[in-house]
Design a protein around this ligand. Structure first.
Ligand code: NBX
Length: 808
């Protein structure tokens, strides 16, 4: 363990000095805001010092560097994480108590950095942590949005979005690096010229933007290694200030260029699928790619000179989804236009350096840009993409009987659009999916033609999550219990959790697990009371579905189950259920009407059920507003049922399923994404599976024989009644009826098969909650889940990327 303070006294002395230096006041006279900033500064200084020592070492040893390009890094709060990783969390917590405050009081002062939408962004953050743990020289490359993902409030059951002004106060972990700023050019004209008998290209004119990097240290567990996340802010170049306008007194005009430049890094796009074509988004994508590539090459040149052939030996560039798809073309541009390489040489370097992960099979989420938008904004890059597309077409095997189909499906430019996924695949030496089933679907369906052409490129890397944040930090009482039996080794190596299986028959241990869960449920119950006013019973089952709202994730199916249980409790005196609290949380994209209506439905059902004294001693429904990394940690640790109910074949992997499994929640799920691997590892008897499988879904859709009206008619009493209640007065009290949801189910033939899976889902839920009655047996199931969750640590995932893709 790296000792950054000699002992508690040393910490207190240095901390007091920092408070004084920052504020000019004694610790006792400061509020928690100042106390937090001083503590953060103290820790950040240490982290930066280690980071620069690491830099030197990497330079000296020539270790390969991995650059992870992602438009999103959902890092959340860092203080607790840094303390845990430096091994000083308990010491600092004690010291703070001695000083008359608590760690919790200071922690909540930290902005919860929401530079991401959901799973994809959080995965990138987990990878930062795990790569540092594995000793990889790993650098995140992203955007420093002034506004992160919107804050969600619920008003009359509806989602309302508020700006997330997370940089209102300083961000203590970042350091601005103006000396490493990069100029990025938009627009202009691509012109050729002759140099040494060769045709070369340059851009004349255009808008010049300055990308300024900010570095955030990433501390490895154990504290010995500190990596960096580099995020870029767009700023005007001085010449964007219009002095003529200024002298005329037209200050708005004088500043217009400035505002336009800064707009590029103002806001994170809040849609996690679809919504392409926005020019600002395309500017974001190019800005962080161009700035990142420039900064990589600068470092390479400093360390290895200009022998670009060596680039793939010392540098790996990984592209997180298609948002950084311009990495390949931009690297081509710099190598050819600025370094004078020939096409073939440059292409060889690019395809050996770049790799790509796909995160979705939804056709509407596959990014495409109208050429009419793309070409004027990035004229030289477009030329290069056009040439990549041409050469790819020429290499095409037209002896294949299905070549026309293949040709069309693999085209990079088609129908007036640039297809970013196809571009990413052609530029990469590796293409991976994020769970076994997902990768299989990529090979056999989504990218079938590419798989036939280049099967060697395709591979699977099942997602993982950092168990240090999502188990150790999120669940202190369970962690303590685990450590008391198997020691602390599991923090380093999550596979050691397997040792817990020695305790499956240890009744004391199983009861201690139950007590720990109870403690976490009480903690969450307090949070629910504070944020929603709803009182929930900590002895009820905590049934949890927390994730982005999407039709395919089927929060609608879950709330249909609740509506059905409610109806039966009212109608049937013999019907009994295990008392349950149904907990939902998550955001919907602003423009996603259907998803927002499902949120309103859940809140409307909550409004009715929670105030109905005939049932509210048995069921309660809670929608926790503003789901984010910090409250997620409270929710995962208190969960008992993990709802993972997407239509089979739609969820690429899922990662909340893994976080919940670690915390001992039992998966109630379809055979989709990583649920399949969870079920295999935990054991089928320790999860509850229901619903159509992926091949069944495909066959049913293909047959054309699914009719939602048949489902409705076959069970008018229960299922049909729930459908009817969407448009009658049952749940309309809060803010009206739900006609569009009904239309989706009945007129649009229930695209996500909610009605189809309804019965098997409700039955599975009933059987699972029945099993809850046996405390020992339930906790034994929970134990098998935690014990087998080691595979889903992102440490394992990162090692696979390192060994099989990056070779770092
Ligand atoms: O990526 C998610 C998938 O839906 C999950 O199944 C998977 O576990 C996770 C990590 O691999 N995708 C996701 O979160 N996508 C986005 O957030 C997104 C954001 C912006 C955008 C498109 C997608 N333009």
């Amino acid at each position: 363990m790296n000792q950054i303070f000699k002992d508690k006294q040393d910490f207190i002395t240095q901390y007091r000095a920092m408070v004084r230096a920052n504020t000019g006041k004694e610790f006792e006279l400061c509020g928690s805001h100042d106390r937090f900033y001083a503590l953060a500064e103290l820790i950040a200084t240490r982290a930066r010092r280690i980071a620069s020592e690491n830099e030197l070492e990497i330079e000296n040893t020539g270790q390969k560097r991995v650059y992870y390009f992602s438009l999103e890094f959902l890092i959340g709060r860092l203080l607790d994480n840094y303390l845990l990783n430096f091994g000083i969390r308990d010491m600092v917590s004690d010291a703070l108590k001695e000083m008359g405050t608590t760690l919790e009081e200071l922690e909540i002062r930290e902005p919860d950095a929401a530079l991401g939408n959901g799973g994809l962004g959080r995965l990138a953050a987990c990878f930062l942590a795990s790569a540092a743990h594995e000793g990889i020289a790993f650098y995140g490359n992203g955007m420093r949005y002034e506004y992160g993902l919107f804050k969600q409030e619920i008003v009359d059951g509806r989602q309302v979005e508020l700006a997330d002004n997370w940089l209102k106060h300083d961000y203590p972990w970042e350091s601005r690096r103006p000396e490493s700023a990069v100029e990025v050019v938009f627009g202009g004209t691509s012109v050729s010229y002759e140099k040494d008998g060769r045709t070369m290209w340059r851009i004349d004119g255009g808008q010049k933007i300055l990308a300024v990097p900010y570095d955030i240290p990433v501390v490895a567990y154990g504290g010995k290694l500190v990596n960096k996340l580099r995020v870029w802010k767009a700023e005007p170049n001085e010449d964007l200030f219009d002095l003529d306008a200024f002298n005329r007194g037209d200050y708005a005009q004088a500043n217009a260029g400035r505002a336009e430049a800064e707009a590029i890094s103002t806001i994170l796009y809040p849609a996690d699928a679809g919504e392409h074509g926005k020019i600002l988004r395309l500017k974001q994508e190019y800005l962080f790619v161009a700035a990142g590539i420039n900064s990589i090459l600068r470092t390479f040149r400093k360390e290895h000179g200009s022998d670009w052939k060596l680039l793939p030996e010392y540098v790996a560039i990984h592209t997180n989804d298609t948002h950084p798809a311009m990495c390949g073309p931009e690297l081509m541009r710099v190598l050819m236009d600025e370094e004078g390489l020939e096409w073939d040489e440059a292409w060889d370097i690019v395809t050996k350096t770049v790799s790509f992960t796909n995160h979705t099979v939804l056709p509407e989420a596959l990014e495409k840009w109208p050429i009419t938008t793309f070409k004027p904004l990035l004229p030289r890059l477009y030329q290069i993409i056009d040439e990549i597309a041409r050469r790819f077409r020429e290499s095409f095997p037209s002896d294949n009987p299905e070549w026309r189909e293949m040709f069309q499906k693999t085209a990079i430019l088609w129908d007036g659009e640039v297809r970013m996924a196809n571009l990413s695949i052609v530029c990469s030496h590796s293409v991976n999916g994020v769970a076994e089933l997902h990768t299989k679907i990529l090979k056999e369906q989504v990218f079938k033609e590419f798989y036939e052409l280049t099967p060697e490129k395709f591979n699977n890397k099942t997602n993982g999550v950092t168990h240090r944040r999502f188990l150790a930090e999120a669940n202190p009482s369970y962690s303590k219990l685990i450590t008391s039996k198997i020691g602390t080794g599991w923090l380093d190596d999550a596979m050691e959790l397997k040792k817990l299986e020695d305790y499956v028959d240890d009744e004391d241990f199983l009861l201690a697990m139950a007590a720990s869960k109870r403690e976490n449920k009480e903690r969450l119950a307090r949070y629910i009371k504070e944020t929603t006013g709803i009182v929930v019973d900590p002895s009820s089952v905590f049934d949890v579905q927390v994730k982005r709202f999407h039709a395919y994730k089927r929060q609608l199916l879950n709330i249909f189950k609740v509506m059905d249980i409610y109806n039966r409790l009212l109608d049937d005196p013999d019907f009994t259920v295990r008392p349950t609290t149904f907990i939902f949380s998550g955001k919907a994209a602003q423009s996603y009407y259907f998803a927002k209506e499902v949120i309103r439905l859940i809140n409307s059902v909550a409004d009715v059920v929670n105030s109905d004294e005939r049932v509210n001693d048995r069921i309660k429904v809670v929608f926790i507003p503003n789901f984010r990394v910090s409250n997620a940690q409270l929710i995962y640790s208190a969960a008992e049922i993990s709802e993972q109910i997407s239509t089979a074949g739609q969820e690429a992997s899922g990662t909340s399923n893994m976080k919940l499994m670690m915390n001992g929640a039992i998966t109630l799920g379809t055979l989709d994404g990583a649920n399949i691997e969870i079920a295999d590892l935990a054991g089928r008897e320790n999860v509850k599976i229901f619903g159509l499988t992926e091949p069944e879904v495909v066959a049913l859709q293909k047959s054309g024989h699914y009719f939602s009206w048949d489902e409705y008619n076959a069970d008018r009493d229960r299922l049909g009644r729930c459908v009817d209640e969407l448009t009658d007065s049952t749940f309309s009290r809060l803010s009206g009826t739900f006609d569009s949801i009904r239309r989706e189910l009945m007129d649009n033939n229930d695209h996500d098969l909610v009605l189809k899976d309804f019965h098997s889902y409700v039955q599975a839920w009933e059987e699972l909650t029945e099993a809850y009655g046996d405390t020992l047996a339930w906790n034994r199931m929970a134990l098998h889940n935690t014990a087998n969750s080691g595979h889903f640590s992102s440490d394992r995932t990162i090692r696979e990327y390192r060994d099989e893709i990056w070779h770092a």
